[in-house]
Design a protein around this ligand. Structure first.
Ligand SMILES: [Zn+2]
Length: 98
């Protein structure tokens, strides 16, 4: 049984699917590129519009609180205060990849 690798997680989970599941306030995404991610999960966001996710790469950025990262692993790592391996393991378990 091999451990889930970061490259596997990134190729097997579409960022658009990931963020649709993880961001309940995100408007239905159309197309790729940077999209409105709804309310930012990294600060007490009450006004959608400052949090963006990239549906191609999984990158995210908040123009209000400054949270940013390059992929879905970094997103889980920051949101749940996990190490990189912990984040990867959690994504693997939740998405049935482990
Ligand atoms: Zn924020």
């Amino acid at each position: 049984m091999s451990r889930l690798q970061a490259a596997d997680a990134k190729t097997r989970i579409a960022p658009s699917d990931f963020y649709r599941a993880e961001l309940p306030t995100m408007p239905a995404p159309r197309g790729g590129g940077w999209r409105d991610g709804g309310l930012c999960p990294f600060h007490g966001d009450k006004h959608p519009g400052s949090f963006r996710v990239h549906l191609g790469t999984g990158a995210f950025i908040c123009f209000a609180c400054g949270a940013k990262g390059s992929d879905i692993i970094a997103f889980v790592q920051m949101r749940d205060a996990l190490s990189f391996p912990e984040s990867l393991r959690k994504i693997g378990e939740e998405w049935g990849l482990a």
